[in-house]
Design a protein around this ligand. Structure first.
Ligand code: SB7
Ligand code: NI
Length: 187
């Protein structure tokens, strides 16, 4: 299982590389990578186990964040109290955003990243709705539409696979400036 010591931190060149496409069938190493990344998210989201292993809670984890420059990321967006089924749970492989809304969106609280030790404030302006094509661990291709929070998380993860970090998208002069008045702010 991955621990915080295994997470690559900002400054490590792997976080700025464009990751390599993953070939199918998955190698044993890639199968383990997929499993271990999702396991990190599951364990990190339960307060007791997060505390026990000293994990920062995460809703996503991209392979470069564990030192592997491959196009694979785990996403686990939890449901709500009265709707406990996860909103989105998948290991996404070779993901591509094939289309997106014109309408922008940002989390009202900004974003954080397991690879960035200090939270940098500001709106991370992304697309409100995306269509993503990806392969699952069996090599099956999916094309799905996501909106709001799950769409934001997937964009954060896909950015990692292309060498981008969330603070690249924050307006440096004025972190809370919104150039587009139609930006959806997501709680
Ligand atoms: C806020 C947090 C995340 C994505 C989008 C908004 C995930 C944080 C964990 N990660 O560093 C995953 O790359
Ligand atoms: Ni991140």
């Amino acid at each position: 299982m991955y621990l915080m010591k295994d997470i690559t931190r900002d400054g490590d060149p792997v976080l700025r590389q464009v990751a390599a496409k993953v070939a199918f069938p998955l190698s044993e190493a890639d199968q383990k990578l997929a499993h271990d990344m999702m396991e990190y998210l599951e364990v990190s989201q339960v307060p007791e186990t997060a505390e026990k292993y000293g994990l920062r809670p995460g809703v996503g984890l991209a392979a470069p964040q564990v030192g592997v420059s491959e196009m694979m990321a785990a996403v686990l967006v939890p449901g709500t109290e009265d709707h406990p089924k996860p909103l989105f749970k998948e290991v996404i492989i070779n993901p591509v955003i094939v289309s997106h809304s014109v309408q922008p969106a940002a989390l009202s609280e900004g974003e954080g990243c397991l690879s960035v030790d200090h939270d940098l404030p500001g709106y991370v302006v992304r697309h409100d709705r995306i269509t993503v094509r990806y392969q699952d661990i069996d090599g099956k291709t999916h094309k799905i539409r996501l909106r709001d929070y799950p769409a934001i998380v997937c964009q954060h993860e896909i950015d990692h696979l292309n060498g981008h970090l969330y603070y690249d998208l924050i307006n440096q002069k004025d972190p809370y400036q919104l150039t587009d008045q139609n930006t959806v702010l997501i709680d």
